[in-house]
Each structure stands twice: as structure tokens, then as C-alpha cells.
Design a protein around this ligand. Structure first.
Ligand SMILES: Nc1nc2c(c(=O)[nH]1)N[C@H]1C(S)=C(S)[C@@H](COP(=O)(O)O)O[C@H]1N2
Ligand SMILES: [Mo]
Length: 489
């Protein structure tokens, strides 16, 4: 067989296998798709250094990079297997079965699929082996371009149909059915002067579309509120299961909360603020009756992510949120429900698509990121960021430097700015909304034309000033002053 034809045979067989797996997954849960399951397993197994590299290099595009990388590697394996089988299909079939085995293991260990899920990788393997042997035979006998085209067409169709059917869970319909969420207690209006949008800060409330997104989910979990329930158990007197209706019919509260990601680099974008609507975790847990000795609330999501939060903090501040900025949560921010705990980093508290709350101890259970090198307890560090001028930006006329600062739950007391290593000058602060939200700042300066570097540092209300020493986000949040170099015309 010609090398090109042999490689194409392997490639098409692999495509057929993935497509068949994806198609069957549409009926047993899209996360049973071998392609997605292997990607998710890869995410869960990635060593911390590689994950940190991926996040700092690709940011939130890391998932696209992973899926593309997988496609390239798989294409290489497929073509290689085809080339290795130029005389007999045996080695290609063996590769198909080995890949199938990887798929079965990846799917069987998914937390969010049922027992039938292994049908997807099994069907994929069968399709891969069948197509490979079929094309191999055809290619040896009469070189039929038509056969290759038909196979490719069928595979692509199966994959697309699988994707369309697999994501048919009508999340948007369920969100519409939930409708507006009217809290009993509304969050106070954001006062005028809380942000300096004209000077370049973000608006105080982030729109749900612009809200940063961080999670380990390759495909957004699609859950209808009607089918969702939250289990509350562990060290409690009265375990319970709450439906969405039971939560929504309670007195809803609304709170303005700034969420922050521990993996934010100095000057990074992973911080946003929204009005969250929900019920107090404290109220729910007091009904369940917390037993003595518990010190951790361990929350689990539909897709198997876990977070462990200090129980005392959660009892006082935590929300089971079902709404964001007046609407049901968007799917990518956790619909139907998530946790929001003002004052804690997201990785130890903000579980999206939450389905399980276990009252436990830190000695007993470890959240997702803890064995991956991140700190068990990580108070949010006072931080500040220059939003304008932009890096290498140009300024005309008077220079206004503006930005953001945060130190939840202690609150921001002061932000200072210095130019070219000169004396620190206190910035004007935006209106103080609450200690668990960010605070905007601005300062106006007369600078000589030419290149300048601005640095900023925040002091929290406990009197602690940001540390100059540059530390990486791992294990408990970055430190260092943000600096921006710009030119005055
Ligand atoms: N199910 C699930 N919830 C999760 C995560 C996740 O990976 N899976 N990531 C957490 C992290 S690290 C952060 S910073 C916040 C981000 O919430 P957002 O995407 O709504 O901004 O969600 C938290 N909740
Ligand atoms: Mo995070």
C-alpha cells in the first residue's frame, strides 16, 4: 500500500472511532465522549508545573490549546498506526484497541456519567477497528477514493450529530423557566463614584458576559434546574436534599461580591464583581444542625470538582447562589446553583454546578487543588492593578493613572502610586462599597514628556501593605507591585 494511503487509512479509522464515540455519548451523557473524557482525564492528571505553565502561557484559552494539541497527537498516532500496517492490518487494529482501552478507563472514571457511559468508548473502538479493516482491505484491492470520502463524510456527520444531540439538554429553556429572581433583600445601590470608568477602571459591577471564567470543565456541565438537587450531609444532625424550587422559594438575599482567582498574576484579569442572589449557607446548615468538631465545608460539583472552605467563615458569609445580576446564573458560571463565599479565593469556595455539601474536617477531606500543590487555607492577599495607562500606552496632556485594588474581606484602606521610583503618592479612592468588594482608585499627575514607569500598592484595613517581593501565584496567591511603563507625549 502507498504510504499516503496507509496513513490516511489510520487517520480515517481514528476519526471514525472518535465520531462514533461522540455520537453514542449523545445518548449517555456528552462527557462520556472518549475525546472529551480523555481531555478531562488529562486535565485532572496534569502535573502542577505543566498546568501552571499552560495557564500562564495560554490563559483561559488553555482548553482550546489542549483540545487542539490532543487532535494533533491523535492524528499523529492514527497516521502512524496506518503506516505501520502497510502489509497487514494487525498493528493498526492493536493500536485501535489500546486507544479504546484508554477511552474506557477515562470514561469509567468520570464522576458525572452513569454505568452505560462505557458504551461510548466501546462503540468508538468497534467503529475504529471496523473502519480500519474495511478501508485497509479496500485500499489493498482496488484503490477507491470514493470509499475514503464516504467514510470521512459519515464520520464527520456522526460527530456533528453527536455534538448537537449531546448538548440538547435545554439549559437555556430551564433558565428562562426560572425567570427573574427577585430577592427579599436587595443589595444596596452602588453609589456614584464607586468606579472611574472614564479614567479606565472597569465598571464596579461586571456584566455576566464579561465576568472572568475559570474552571476545569472542558465542556460546560449542562444541568436543568428541574432535575437538579443539592445534598447536605456529613457531620450534621439532619441530612437533607434541597430541590431548586425549595431553594428559590426561601427568602432570597442579594449581595455584591468580588470573586478573585488565586492563579491571577500580578496585574492579571481574574477578578470580577457581580450581584449574586441566593440563600445563606449558614441558614441551611443551621437547619441541618452542624455537629461539634467540624471545621470544613466540602462542596462537590456535578463534574467532580471539589472545594474545601473554612466552616466558620462560610457559616457567616457564604451564599448558595442561584442568580447573578438579576438573572439565573449563566451556564458557564454554574447554573443552576453555585457557592459564593465573599472573602475567599474561588478555588477553596466558589464551586459551580454544586450538587453536594458535606460538613467535615480538613483532616478528613481535601479539595481538588490541594494535592496539586495549592494551599489549604489561603486568605486573599491585598492586591492592586493599574488599568490605565496601558502597558506601552501613550498619554496626552495631564496623566491620569487609574486602577483597581482588593483585599477581601478586610477591605482596602489606601492605594499609593509612585512614578519612576520616586515618592509614594496617595491615590483618590472610589466610594467604599463593602470590605468584600474591590475598590477603584485614580491619581492625576503632571509628568514631563517621555517614558515613565508607574507602580501601585494597596494597604488593607488591617494596616498591611502589599509586599514588593515578586512571588508566583502557587501556592497561595501572587505578591508584588504591578508596574506599567508608558510614554507621555
Ligand atoms: N465546578 C467547578 N467550580 C469551580 C471551579 C471549577 O474548576 N469547577 N473553579 C473555581 C475557581 S478556581 C474559581 S476562581 C471560580 C471562578 O468562578 P467564575 O468562573 O464564575 O468566575 O470558580 C470556582 N468554582
Ligand atoms: Mo481560581
Amino acid at each position: 500500500m502507498k504510504p499516503a494511503k496507509a496513513a490516511l487509512t489510520g487517520l480515517l479509522a481514528l476519526l471514525a472511532a472518535l465520531a462514533a464515540g461522540h455520537l453514542v455519548a449523545a445518548f449517555v451523557g456528552l462527557s462520556a465522549s472518549p475525546y472529551l473524557a480523555v481531555g478531562n482525564a488529562f486535565i485532572d492528571l496534569t502535573p502542577s508545573w505543566l498546568k501552571d505553565f499552560a495557564v500562564s502561557t495560554f490563559g483561559t484559552a488553555d482548553k482550546l490549546v489542549l483540545l487542539t494539541g490532543m487532535a494533533v497527537v491523535l492524528a499523529g498516532i492514527g497516521a502512524g498506526a496506518g503506516l505501520a500496517s502497510r502489509n497487514s492490518p494487525a498493528s493498526g487494529s492493536l493500536v485501535a484497541v489500546l486507544l479504546g482501552f484508554v477511552g474506557v478507563v477515562a470514561v469509567a472514571t468520570r464522576p458525572d456519567v452513569g454505568a452505560l457511559a462505557v458504551l461510548a468508548p466501546v462503540a468508538g473502538t468497534a467503529a475504529g477497528v471496523y473502519v480500519f479493516r474495511h478501508l485497509h482491505k479496500e485500499a489493498r484491492e482496488s484503490a477507491s477514493r470514493r470509499d475514503f470520502l464516504i467514510t470521512a463524510g459519515l464520520a464527520v456527520t456522526a460527530g456533528v450529530v453527536g455534538q448537537v444531540f449531546g448538548s440538547r439538554t435545554d439549559v437555556e429553556g430551564s433558565r428562562r423557566a426560572v425567570g427573574d429572581l427577585t430577592p427579599e433583600v436587595k443589595a444596596p445601590e452602588i453609589p456614584v463614584g464607586a468606579d472611574f470608568v472614564r479614567d479606565g477602571t472597569p465598571s464596579f459591577i461586571t456584566s455576566s458576559e464579561d465576568f472572568y471564567r475559570i474552571d476545569t470543565a472542558l465542556s460546560v456541565p449542562r444541568i436543568r434546574a428541574e432535575e437538579w438537587a443539592l445534598r447536605v450531609h456529613g457531620m450534621v444532625e439532619r441530612p437533607m436534599v434541597l430541590t431548586f424550587e425549595e431553594i428559590r422559594s426561601r427568602d432570597l438575599v442579594e449581595e455584591t461580591v468580588t470573586l478573585t482567582c488565586v492563579s491571577n498574576e500580578v496585574g492579571g484579569p481574574y477578578i470580577s464583581t457581580a450581584n449574586f442572589v441566593g440563600v445563606r449557607i449558614g441558614d441551611v446548615l443551621r437547619e441541618a444542625g452542624v455537629k461539634a468538631g467540624a471545621d470544613q465545608l466540602f462542596s462537590t460539583s456535578d463534574d467532580g470538582f471539589t472545594a474545601g472552605s473554612p466552616l466558620d467563615h462560610v457559616l457567616e458569609h457564604g451564599l448558595i447562589a442561584i442568580g447573578m445580576n438579576g438573572q439565573p446564573l449563566p451556564a458557564e458560571h454554574g447554573f443552576p446553583a453555585r457557592l459564593v463565599v465573599p472573602g475567599l479565593y474561588g478555588y477553596v469556595s466558589a464551586t459551580k454546578w454544586v450538587t453536594d455539601l458535606k460538613v467535615t474536617t480538613f483532616a478528613q477531606d481535601q479539595g481538588y487543588w490541594i494535592p496539586r500543590g495549592w494551599a489549604t487555607r489561603a486568605p486573599i492577599k491585598a492586591s492592586s492593578r493599574i488599568d490605565r495607562p496601558a502597558r506601552n500606552g501613550e498619554v496626552r496632556g495631564r496623566t491620569v493613572i487609574a486602577g483597581t485594588a482588593w483585599a477581601q474581606p478586610r477591605g482596602v484602606a489606601k492605594v499609593e502610586v509612585r512614578i519612576d521610583g520616586g515618592p509614594w503618592r496617595e491615590a483618590q479612592l472610589g466610594a467604599d462599597v463593602s470590605d468584600t468588594t474591590w475598590r477603584m482608585w485614580r491619581v492625576e499627575l503632571d509628568l514631563r514628556p517621555g517614558s515613565h514607569t508607574a507602580e501601585c500598592r494597596a494597604t488593607d484595613k488591617s494596616g498591611l501593605t502589599q509586599d514588593q517581593a515578586r512571588l508566583d501565584p502557587v501556592p497561595d496567591g501572587a505578591t508584588g507591585w504591578h508596574s506599567v511603563t508608558f510614554t507621555v507625549e
